[in-house]
Design a protein around this ligand. Sequence first.
Ligand SMILES: [Zn+2]
Length: 292
Amino acid sequence: MPRRARRTLLLAGLLTLAPAMARAKDTARVRVDFIDVGQGDAALITSPTGKTVLIDGGPHEASDALVAFLYARHVGPLDLIVLTHRHADHLGGLPAVVERIGTRLFLDAPTPHPGKEREHLMRALDRARVPVRDATPGRTIDLGAGATLTLLSPPEPPIVGSRSDVNANSVVARLDFGATRFLFMGDAETPTERWLMSAHADVRAQVLKVAHHGSRFSSTARFLAAVHPEIAVVSVGTINDYHHPAPGTLRRLESAGARVLRTDLDGTVTIESDGRKLAVRASHARTELASP
Ligand SMILES: [Zn+2]
């Protein structure tokens, strides 16, 4: 092909692409990354106006990977960190995030659970002079361009005498953008689900961050019917001592009609919403075992 003709073709290609690119730029999107942090939870919300919220920060061993992920996403100081509860698999990576990325505000889970990682986190927040507030149900955070994050729990009054009160008093949060919703369950348990339903919390959502790494102590059929998720994300490590996720929970998620994605098999799961439709991608191609 003569050089001139090739150039014309290339230009024609660019011209046809240009309007589509302009449209894509005009479309406001919310992005949620369910970050592969091994056995633990960490989810990054990026709003259409660029506001960033990190819900949990994985275990300490994931610190470097988590910070590298945030750098790769060009995240400056976060606008907010929400801690769902004080277990090490949710807060161990946060001291590194506070020190190396920074945050403007920290919303704390209320139920005490002492530990070395917790002390590190509080020291890091103190050194960086980050304001620390208690997460309270009903609080709504405006993320711009119509995106909001609403805290549905911790339960009030707190749940006491359950299998794990630290888990049961997890902060549950719902992200709304247009007609799309994401529900973040932390490590909530069956009593949390019961409390949310008795409080008439609006839990309906297309995307569910499954409670407690898909354990058998939550995600009851009744609660899943109320959420009615299309996509369920289980944040879980490849090898974990807890046998998460539980086969019965996976069956309940599938019976509820949800497509299940898992950070141990799919890597980091990224879901984008334009307010109407969801686009899903995963960092690993899942290797299914060939059936005999
Ligand atoms: Zn956990």
